[in-house]
Design a protein around this ligand. Structure first.
Ligand SMILES: C[S@@+](CC[C@H](N)C(=O)[O-])C[C@H]1O[C@@H](n2cnc3c(N)ncnc32)[C@H](O)[C@@H]1O
Length: 176
C-alpha cells in the first residue's frame, strides 16, 4: 500500500515526536495535509483516533480509528462544527510551489493565518500543535506571533529534512 517515499515523511514526524513527545497515549489527532498517509502511518501507532484532511487524498489506510475528509481546509468549518476538539493538531499542508516568491509566500501566510485565527476552535487546552513551513516563504517573526497561545514554542530544522531545504517546523506545546 505504501511507497518508499512515504518513509521520508514518516521519519520526520517520528523525529519530532521522539524529541518533543507530542503524541500522548490515546490522544486524538487532526492531521491537515495528510495526502499519502506518511505521517498518518506513524501517528496511528500513537493515537486513539485521527481525522485526516486533505484536498486530495491518495492513500487511505483502512482502519476504524482513521477518518478521511477530502476538502480544501479553508472550507472545513462549513462541514464540521468541532464540538469535539483534538489533543493534537498537525499541519504538513503545502500548496503546489510555483517558484514565484510573492505568490508562494501569500499562500503560506494564508495557511498560517488559518491556524493562527482558528486554533482555539480545534485544539483542546494543553494540546500540541505542529506546523510545517518554509523559511523563505514566511518569516519567523510572523509565525512566532503564535507564541502567546502556548506554553512553549520552538522553531526547528529536522535532521531528516534535506540539508539545503528551508523546511522548518514550529513545535507548539500546551495550548493555554
Ligand atoms: C507535503 S504534502 C503532505 C504529505 C503527507 N503529510 C504525507 O505524509 O504523505 C502537502 C499536502 O497539503 C495538501 N494541501 C495543500 N493545500 C491544501 C488545502 N488548501 N486544503 C487541504 N489540503 C491542502 C496537498 O494536497 C498535499 O497533499
Amino acid at each position: 500500500m505504501f511507497t518508499k517515499n512515504l518513509s521520508k515523511s514518516y521519519k520526520k514526524i517520528k523525529e519530532i515526536d521522539l524529541k518533543f513527545n507530542i503524541f500522548k497515549k490515546k490522544c486524538s489527532v487532526i492531521e491537515f495535509g495528510s495526502n499519502k498517509s506518511g505521517w498518518t502511518q506513524y501517528i496511528l501507532k500513537k493515537s486513539k483516533n485521527i481525522l485526516c484532511i486533505d484536498k486530495k487524498i491518495i492513500n487511505k489506510i483502512i482502519c476504524s480509528s482513521i477518518k478521511y475528509i477530502e476538502i480544501d481546509m479553508f472550507n472545513i468549518f462549513n462541514i464540521l462544527n468541532f464540538k469535539k476538539k483534538f489533543n493534537v493538531v498537525v499541519s504538513d499542508v503545502c500548496h503546489n510551489i510555483s517558484g514565484i516568491k510573492d505568490l508562494d509566500s501569500f499562500e503560506f501566510i494564508k495557511i498560517f493565518n488559518f491556524f493562527y485565527l482558528n486554533i482555539d476552535k480545534i485544539l483542546l487546552k494543553k494540546g500540541n500543535f505542529i506546523f510545517k513551513y518554509f523559511n523563505k516563504l514566511i518569516t519567523k517573526k510572523k509565525i512566532i506571533k503564535i507564541k502567546k497561545y502556548f506554553k512553549t514554542v520552538k522553531n526547528i530544522k529536522l535532521k531528516t529534512s534535506k540539508k539545503k531545504s528551508s523546511e522548518f517546523f514550529l513545535i507548539c506545546k500546551k495550548f493555554k
